[in-house]
Ligand binder design. Structure first.
Ligand SMILES: Cc1cc2nc3c(=O)[nH]c(=O)nc-3n(C[C@H](O)[C@H](O)[C@H](O)COP(=O)(O)OP(=O)(O)OC[C@H]3O[C@@H](n4cnc5c(N)ncnc54)[C@H](O)[C@@H]3O)c2cc1C
Length: 296
């Protein structure tokens, strides 16, 4: 009987490689009964509830290569096991990636944020993952590595369905790469949960670039309204190349809310999600435009 107690109901071995090469070798040599452990804030709950029963855990906490944060003229590179807290307190994220910073601040409580990792939030592939909409809006790329092989995948291609991603067996997410912010650009994130810091009923992020009064680049992404976090092209197409004012942002948010396919579940009804999606989309569009230096 699945339970949600503090007890881990079966025995497993935990291997803790101390460098990336060993971690990748262990992942490729291990069979089906293996799970990757980052912060454990999703995985250990699944183990306690007996939703998964791995025989071996490969812990990534001691792999220094996965803990790095680097910025250069290309942008920002975040190791997969950078914790939510470390990212939240990183000055370049606070300064230049507002939507990601706001998402991190909205997640769980500090105790969870100190353990939970960025890579774990993406690899868990929840439709409600809060870092997904901002990372989609920034057009993040993911470095996926397998012993002796490496590929870069755009985040738009990564999620396949609830709990499912394009990670191949034995493959690790090692790095999240964000392009440098463009001039006259701005971003914003908002989420609605049952209470603050709760899992999202709906979340949304936008990234806009401005030339004068014209929007020259728009990326909008939402979560909890489809089987995976998604970009909303209808919003992007309406705004790109257009002179921006409050009416246009409202129309874009309406178009976005029409484009989504939410479901009823324990957190919300589809109807409510659609209405809220429109409201928070309009708010993030306004905030991003103003942060880009635009006037409304
Ligand atoms: C009380 C509580 C509140 C929460 N609130 C929120 C919230 O507000 N918003 C939100 O989005 N989430 C929330 N979560 C969910 C969770 O904290 C996050 O998803 C977190 O970022 C997961 O990271 P982790 O390092 O703990 O992942 P883990 O649990 O270690 O791993 C998650 C999954 O990803 C896989 N994995 C991890 N890292 C890698 C890697 N590098 N390569 C390949 N596979 C990997 C694991 O095998 C596992 O399947 C909450 C959880 C709890 C317990």
């Amino acid at each position: 009987m699945p339970v949600d107690s503090k007890i881990l109901p079966f025995r497993f071995r935990c291997l803790e490689p101390s460098n990336l090469t060993d971690a990748l070798n262990l992942c490729s040599q291990s069979g089906d009964q293996v799970a990757i452990l980052a912060g454990g804030t999703d995985l250990l709950i699944k183990i306690k509830r007996q939703m998964v029963q791995p025989e071996i855990l490969i812990g990534l906490q001691r792999v220094p290569e996965l803990q790095q944060i680097q910025t250069n003229e290309q942008g920002l590179r975040l190791g997969a096991t950078v914790t939510l807290s470390e990212a939240e307190h990183y000055p370049a994220i606070q300064r230049e990636y507002s939507a990601l910073y706001e998402a991190l601040r909205s997640m769980a409580a500090p105790a969870i944020r100190n353990m939970a990792t960025l890579g774990g939030n993406l690899c868990n592939a929840s439709p409600a993952a809060d870092t997904a909409p901002p990372l989609l809006a920034f057009d993040a790329q993911l470095r996926l590595q397998k012993s002796g092989q490496e590929r870069l995948v755009r985040l738009t291609q990564f999620f396949l369905g609830p709990g499912s991603s394009c990670l191949a067996p034995g493959e690790l997410l090692t790095e999240i790469c964000l392009p440098a912010p463009l001039p006259d650009s701005g971003s914003a994130f908002l989420k609605l949960g049952r209470v603050s810091c709760d899992i999202a009923k709906v979340n949304a992020a936008t990234y806009l670039q401005r030339r004068g009064t014209v929007c020259i680049l728009c990326r909008a992404a939402v979560g909890s309204v489809a089987p995976t976090p998604v970009r909303i092209l209808q919003v992007e197409q309406l705004l790109e190349g257009a002179v921006v004012d409050s009416n246009l942002l409202r129309q874009a948010a309406e178009a976005g809310a029409k484009a989504i396919v939410p479901i009823d579940d324990i957190r919300s009804t589809a109807k409510y999600r659609r209405q809220v999606c429109q409201v928070i989309l309009e708010e993030v569009l306004q905030a991003a435009w103003i942060r880009a230096g635009g006037v409304l």
